[in-house]
Design a binder for this molecule. Structure first.
Ligand SMILES: [Zn+2]
Length: 86
């Protein structure tokens, strides 16, 4: 069994969530439900965030196997919160 880190996008237009295929990074990112398209300049940044999380999770898995450290993993989740001053 292998561990992979996937990217889940939430579309603010329709509210649906979808997962990206990170093995064949798409040149455009589009919501499959409402066809809303992400701006091009954000795609490399999404890829960078995924790369960082993916590397981190691979290292957690490796250190668990090699050094018997606890196998943590990182997920990035955007939550909607209300602050008192809002
Ligand atoms: Zn959508």
């Amino acid at each position: 069994m292998a561990q992979i880190t996937v990217v889940q996008i939430t579309c603010g237009q329709c509210g649906h969530k979808f997962v990206l295929n990170t093995s064949t990074w798409p040149s455009t990112i589009q919501c499959p439900y409402c066809q809303e398209e992400m701006s091009q300049d954000m795609i490399p940044r999404v890829k960078e965030a995924w790369g960082t999380a993916s590397d981190l999770n691979m290292d957690f898995a490796r250190y668990h196997a090699d050094r018997n450290e606890t196998k943590f993993s990182v997920d990035l989740i955007a939550e909607q919160v209300h602050f008192p001053h809002e």
